[in-house]
Design a binder for this molecule. Sequence first.
Ligand SMILES: NC(=O)c1ccc[n+]([C@@H]2O[C@H](COP(=O)([O-])OP(=O)(O)OC[C@H]3O[C@@H](n4cnc5c(N)ncnc54)[C@H](OP(=O)(O)O)[C@@H]3O)[C@@H](O)[C@H]2O)c1
Length: 252
Amino acid sequence: MPHKPTLAIVTGASRGLGHALSAALLADGARVIGMARGHMALAINDRFIACTIDLTDSAASVIALETALSALNAQDFNAVTLINNAGTVAPIALADQLPAASVADAVALNLTTPIALTSAFLRLTAHWPGLRRILNISSGAAHTAYPGWSVYGASKAGLDHFSRCVAHEQAQRESPAHNPAHIVSLAPGVIDTDMQTHIRNTPAADFPLRERFVALKAEGQLQSPEAAARSILSYLDHPDFGHETVVDIRQL
Ligand SMILES: NC(=O)c1ccc[n+]([C@@H]2O[C@H](COP(=O)([O-])OP(=O)(O)OC[C@H]3O[C@@H](n4cnc5c(N)ncnc54)[C@H](OP(=O)(O)O)[C@@H]3O)[C@@H](O)[C@H]2O)c1
């Protein structure tokens, strides 16, 4: 009998880390459902399903996930993984200058929709026989207070804590039929993506630590998205995945 593939749902599959994760998963033989607003240049692969969606709309995002999963058969996969990767560092501004509409969008993208998708994923895959994993892409900013990144840091700290609660619930559920999902919220390190360009282009008045990030780029200290994706996926496949819920890949 041929080896069954993994199914992965990757948000933010159009650019940056999410694109690199999706490309690496496809190269490893997985089927991938990618979710983003923009064009996902991976659609050329017949194992890639592109789902064009604005992830600030949490309800629509859940419906899109339900629709995509309902077209697939649980028995065809040996594992199913949700990767909540899409995120934004905007708005970058000191707290007395935050535009309310951008705050709402950032919290929706970085926190509300990952929570809603995790909830839907747990429900929709409850009877899937294979390994069930959730990987939330967090940030060191969840632990370190960077002036100008209060919304970003707060939303990532929320994602970390949500993940801790889910891990606890999954471990506590007592039922012989229960196939517990493994969940990790992972800080990936600094990666050379559009997000870093946006950070370097922010005025120092809004982000006083801007020069530190300009220097990281100038000194060649940013990881490529491809290298970051490979380290993250090797951690995802490690038997210890889920033993610790909140991790920083630089400390593994
Ligand atoms: N880069 C870093 O140094 C770094 C460091 C720590 C953590 N992270 C985290 O890593 C993750 C990926 O970041 P990145 O650097 O790859 O960012 P990026 O290059 O800015 O890419 C962001 C991705 O999210 C998608 N996205 C943004 N807004 C969206 C929306 N409203 N609806 C749907 N999709 C949306 C984008 O697609 P569309 O625009 O096509 O919709 C894109 O695919 C984020 O969670 C970020 O917080 C990054």
